[in-house]
Design a protein around this ligand. Structure first.
Ligand code: HEC
Length: 113
């Protein structure tokens, strides 16, 4: 029995840091971004009526921006935080990278013109 407990403990130790290292970009997007930017990367009606400058995330938009610049938007907010607030209180740097990767692969691909 003690053996099994040790093995279980070992397995937990191995899986926990791995899970923490790879935040789920899709889930983060759903929780933090979808409300304004929409599930398909097209801003919601409410967001469009409230924020005139909000643009859809598509291949063209993403082609003009590096991952670093997108992470910087999350760190600092857009337009000095007036239009979109900084996410530095809500997301860790790793989570920012994960959500940016999600946005790029999900909305920047050929399947989403
Ligand atoms: C409260 C609404 C709101 C939420 C929530 C929100 N955004 Fe935004 N976002 C905006 C608005 C408004 C703009 C347009 C700002 C501008 O350029 O004037 C914007 C712009 C952006 C831009 C483009 C900046 C540029 O370079 O033009 C990126 C990238 C972005 N958001 C990513 C995200 C991600 C990723 C999340 C989730 C972590 C998120 N946003 C959550 C409102 C929001």
């Amino acid at each position: 029995m003690k053996r099994i407990a040790q093995l279980l403990g070992c397995a937990l130790l191995l899986t926990t840091p791995l899970a923490a290292q790879q935040p789920d970009g899709a889930a983060l997007y759903r929780e933090q971004c979808k409300e304004c930017h929409g599930a398909a990367g097209r801003p919601t009606k409410q967001a469009v009526s409230k924020y005139k400058n909000i643009k859809p995330f598509d291949a063209e938009f993403l082609a003009g921006r590096s991952d670093d610049s997108l992470v910087a938007v999350l760190q600092h907010g857009a337009k000095g935080g007036k239009e979109m607030k900084s996410f530095k209180e809500k997301l860790t740097p790793e989570e920012m990278v994960a959500v940016v990767k999600y946005v790029r692969t999900k909305f920047g691909g050929a399947g989403n013109p």
